[in-house]
Design a protein around this ligand. Structure first.
Ligand SMILES: *[C@@H]1O[C@H](CO)[C@@H](O)[C@H](O)[C@H]1NC(C)=O
Ligand SMILES: *[C@@H]1O[C@H](CO)[C@@H](O)[C@H](O)[C@H]1NC(C)=O
Ligand SMILES: *[C@@H]1O[C@H](CO)[C@@H](O)[C@H](O)[C@H]1NC(C)=O
Length: 689
C-alpha cells in the first residue's frame, strides 16, 4: 500500500488521470518500441535512482535552449518583481554573511550561457541555485521530477554526546524497526545488499557507531549536505537536518523525519558506503547500501505519457482569471487541492480558511510527515487537535504544548484548542509551560500572534495587530494591480490577495478595498540596487476572528520555554522570535554540533505566495495583456516565494530574517533524549527551572 501521507498528492493525481484517456489507446504501440526508460517505472512502487534519472533525462518538452531561456525568463521576472527578499539575499549581514549570499542576477546570466544536456540537468541547476538562498519558501519545483519519487536508505543517523560530552554519530538505535514498518515491501532489498555474514542482519546495525561515510570523515558528508540542503538560514540547523528527528503530524501522532542522509527528494546518489562499529563489537566494518526510490505520485505508461501527464502545464500551473471563471473563487467544492498545498509542510487546510488567513510556511518536496514513532511510551494528551497536544509532566507543575504546525484543517478549531488547552493545564496545576516546536514549519500568521496573546495576556507585544510588521514589493505591475482594485473597483468579490480589505497600516488602522496603498512606494537601496516597497504594513490579526482572548496572562514569560531543533519556520519563527525578543521568553535548541552556534528559528518569511497565485492577481485585474505581465510556464513548474516580508524586532527597519535568532540554551542530545520527546521535556524542565 502506498502511504497515506501522499493523500494530498492523490488529489492532484486524480485531476491528472482525467487527462489520461487520450494516451491509453496508443499504449500498446509504444510498449513494443525500443527500450523506453520510463516504461519499466510505470508499474512499480520502488525503483533505483539510476533508473529514475534515465527516465527523467529522456523527457523533453522542447528544444533545450529554448526551454532554458523561457524558463529562466519566467523565474527571473517573477522573483525580480515580487519576491520581497530577493535583493536582501544577495549579501546578508552578520551573522548570516556565510549563509545567504546568492547573486541571482549573476546566476541567471550563468545559466543562460550554460548548455544543458537535458531538461533534467537544467532543472537540477535551477532548483539547486534557488535552494541556495536557504530560505523557507523560495523554491522552484517541477512536477515532472519533484514529488514523484523520494529516495531512501534504511539507516537514518543520529548525533549524540556521551556523558563526558564527546559527540559521535550513530545509526539510529530504532532504525530497523522504523524502516521495516515504513518500507515493509523493500526491506529485503537492503537485507540482501549487506556483505558476507551481515546479509539479512540489518537489525544488527541499529545503534552502530558511524566512523566514515564514503571512506571519509562523516562530517564532510554532513557539511556537504548543509551546503546544498537549503530551507534554513543557520548553518547549524542545516547540519542538523542531516540527522533523524521527530515532529508531530496532522493526525496528532509523532512523526519521524529520516533526515537528509536517509531521505532525499531527488535521485542524486545511487548508494552510500558506511564504515561502522556495531554495538558490542570492536571491529570496523564497511557496508554499502543502495538508495531506493519510492513512488508517491503520478500515472503514466511510458515516456510520452509521462511527459504529457507529468511535465506539461496543467490547470493549476499558470493561474486563472477569477472573474472569467467565478466558480473557482467562491465555491468550495470546485476548489481542488492546488499542487502548492502538497509542498507546504503543514496539514491540509480548509480552502475557505486558506482564503482568509495568511500563511507563512516552509515549502519543500519531501512528504509532510512520515508517521512512525508511535511506539513511544507516553501518556495520552490532555487535549489534542491536529498537531497540537497538551500534556502534564509527572512533577505536577510543568505542562507541555507539543505543536507540530501553526495550522490545521480548521482554523477555528486550532485557535480554540490552544486557548482551551492552556486553561485546562492551568486548572490541573501547571505553573510553567514547555512549548515543543521541533520540525514546526509554520502555518497561519495570526495563529502565531494568537498563541502569544493567550499565553502572555495583554501587553505591548500582544496589543498590536500582528507579531511582525511587513513590507511588499511595489513594482510597477503591483502598483497597477492595487490601483485597479482600489480605484476602478477591480475586485468586487474581494477575492484577490492585493485587495486592501484585509490589510492594515503599521499603526493598526485597517484599510478597505478602496485603499491604494502602493500609491507612494518607498525606495530602499539594497546591496547595490534601488528597490521600491510598500509603506510599512501591520494589522491583520486584530480584531480577533471568532473568539476573544482571555483578559489575563496564562503564564509569566520566565515560566515558559520554547524548545526545538531550530527547524521552526514561517509562522513558528514569528511566534518564537516575538516571544523571545519582545518578552524575553527563553529558547532551547536540542542537538547540533558542539561549538556551532544554533538558531532557535529559521526564516520568518511573511506571507508565502506562488507564481500561479501571482498570475491570478494579474489576470483577474484584467492586466494579462500588459507588457509587464508574467509570461506562462510551459512546463509543470511551480515557483514559490516570499510575497510579504516581515520586518525585524531589534532593528525594525530591516527584515527579521537577516537578524540573529540565537538560542539561549543549547543542549546536546544523548542516547536517552534523541528522538524521545518525553525525555527531552524532562531534561528541559530540569535545566530551565
Ligand atoms: C551488548 O552487550 C550488553 C552487555 O553485555 C548487552 O546487555 C546487550 O544486549 C548487548 N547488545 C547487543 C546489541 O548485542
Ligand atoms: C464553504 O464551506 C464553508 C464551511 O465548510 C461554508 O461556511 C461556506 O459557506 C462555503 N462556501 C461556499 C461558497 O459554498
Ligand atoms: C494610520 O496610518 C495611515 C497611513 O499612514 C493614516 O492614513 C491613518 O490616518 C493613521 N491612523 C491613525 C489613527 O493614526
Amino acid at each position: 500500500m502506498w502511504p497515506n501521507l501522499s493523500l494530498r498528492g492523490w488529489a492532484f493525481c486524480g485531476a491528472l488521470s482525467a487527462a489520461l484517456g487520450a494516451t491509453v489507446d496508443t499504449r500498446q504501440d509504444r510498449a513494443s518500441e525500443t527500450r523506453d526508460p520510463c516504461e519499466p517505472l510505470a508499474r512499480v512502487q520502488w525503483t533505483s535512482p539510476q533508473e529514475l534519472r534515465a527516465c527523467f533525462r529522456a523527457i523533453q518538452t522542447g528544444p533545450i535552449d529554448k526551454v532554458r531561456d523561457h524558463l529562466l525568463d519566467v523565474v527571473d521576472k517573477t522573483l525580480d518583481q515580487y519576491h520581497t527578499a530577493r535583493y536582501f539575499q544577495k549579501h546578508a549581514p552578520p551573522p548570516f554573511t556565510d549563509d545567504v549570499h546568492v547573486d541571482l542576477d549573476a546566476e541567471f546570466r550563468r545559466m543562460r550561457h550554460t548548455r544543458y544536456r537535458t531538461e533534467f540537468d537544467l532543472h537540477l541547476d535551477l532548483s539547486q541555485t534557488i535552494k541556495g538562498l536557504n530560505h523557507l519558501d523560495t523554491v522552484y519545483f517541477n512536477y515532472c521530477y519533484d514529488q514523484v519519487f523520494m529516495n531512501y536508505i534504511p539507516t537514518p543517523l543520529v548525533l549524540v554526546a556521551d556523558n563526558r560530552g564527546k559527540e559521535r554519530m550513530y545509526i539510529a538505535p530504532n532504525a530497523f524497526e522504523i524502516a521495516s514498518s515504513e518500507f515493509p515491501d523493500q526491506i529485503d532489498v537492503w537485507q540482501n545488499a549487506l556483505p558476507g555474514k551481515l546479509k539479512g542482519q540489518l537489525q544488527s546495525l541499529d545503534g552502530a557507531e558511524v566512523l566514515e561515510i564514503n571512506d571519509r570523515d562523516p562530517w564532510l558528508a554532513v557539511n556537504a549536505n548543509a551546503r546544498r540542503s537549503g530551507r534554513y538560514q543557520g548553518f547549524g540547523t542545516r547540519q542538523m537536518a542531516f540527522f533523524a528527528s521527530y515532529g508531530t503530524n496532522d493526525a496528532g501522532s509523532w512523526s519521524y523525519d529520516f533526515g537528509d542522509f536517509a531521505s532525499m527528494p531527488g535521485p542524486y546518489e545511487d548508494s552510500v558506503s558506511l564504515t561502522i562499529r556495531r554495538v558490542n563489537s570492536s571491529k570496523a566494518e564497511t557496508i554499502t547500501l543502495p538508495y531506493r526510490s519510492r513512488r508517491y505520485n503520478g500515472v503514466w505508461y511510458d515516456k510520452d505519457s509521462y511527459r504529457e501527464n507529468m511535465c506539461l502545464p496543467n490547470v493549476f500551473t499558470n493561474g486563472e482569471d477569477l472573474y472569467q471563471f467565478p466558480f473557482a473563487s467562491n465555491s468550495n467544492a470546485s476548489t481542488p487541492d492546488k499542487p502548492i498545498n502538497s509542498l507546504q509542510q503543514q496539514p491540509p487546510l480548509d480552502p475557505e480558511d486558506r482564503k482568509h488567513h495568511a500563511v507563512s510556511v516552509l515549502v519543500d518536496a519531501a512528504p509532510y510527515s512520515l508517521p512512525s514513532l508511535e511506539a513511544l511510551s507516553i501518556s495520552p494528551p490532555i487535549l489534542q487537535y491536529s498537531s497540537a497536544r497538551f500534556y502534564m509532566l509527572t512533577d505536577g507543575k510543568t505542562a507541555v504544548l507539543s505543536l507540530g504546525a501553526f495550522s490545521a484543517r480548521s482554523y477555528i478549531s486550532l485557535q480554540a484548542t490552544l486557548a482551551d488547552g492552556i486553561q485546562k493545564v492551568k486548572d490541573l496545576g501547571a505553573k510553567r509551560l514547555i512549548i515543543d516546536v521541533s520540525n514546526n514549519e509554520g502555518g497561519y500568521v495570526c495563529i502565531a500572534h494568537w498563541l502569544h496573546r493567550i499565553l502572555l495576556g495583554p501587553r505591548p507585544s500582544t496589543n498590536r495587530g500582528i507579531s511582525l510588521d511587513s513590507i511588499l514589493r511595489a513594482n510597477p505591475m503591483a502598483q497597477r494591480i492595487v490601483k485597479v482594485i482600489a480605484e476602478d473597483g477591480g475586485d468586487p468579490d474581494k477575492t484577490l490577495i492585493y485587495n486592501g480589505h484585509e490589510m492594515a497600516w503599521a499603526n493598526g488602522t485597517w484599510m478597505d478595498e478602496t485603499t491604494n496603498y502602493l500609491k507612494k512606494p518607498e525606495k530602499r537601496y539594497i546591496n547595490g540596487k534601488v528597490v521600491e516597497f510598500s509603506p510599512r504594513l501591520g494589522g491583520q490579526c486584530v480584531p480577533w476572528a471568532y473568539r476573544e482572548p482571555p483578559e489575563t496572562a496564562a503564564f509569566k514569560p520566565r515560566d515558559i520555554v520554547i524548545v526545538g531543533n531550530g527547524r521552526c519556520s514561517g509562522a513558528c519563527a514569528m511566534f518564537s522570535t516575538a516571544m523571545s525578543k519582545r518578552d524575553g521568553v527563553r529558547t532551547v535548541v536540542m542537538g547540533g554540533k558542539k561549538g556551532v552556534p544554533q538558531q532557535y528559528a529559521g526564516s520568518v518569511g511573511g506571507v508565502t505566495m506562488d507564481f500561479a497565485e501571482m498570475r491570478t492577481e494579474i489576470l483577474s485585474t484584467g492586466l494579462g495583456e500588459s507588457p509587464l505581465a508574467l509570461p506562462m510556464f510551459e512546463t509543470a513548474s511551480l515557483l514559490s516565494f516570499t510575497w510579504k516580508l516581515s520586518l525585524g524586532i531589534k532593528n525594525p527597519n530591516e527584515p527579521e530574517d537577516y537578524q540573529s535568532r540565537a538560542a539561549d540554551i543549547t543542549v546536546p542530545l544523548t542516547m536517552e533524549t534523541v528522538n524521545n520527546p518525553p525525555e527531552v521535556w524532562r531534561q528541559v524542565a530540569k535545566i530551565a527551572w
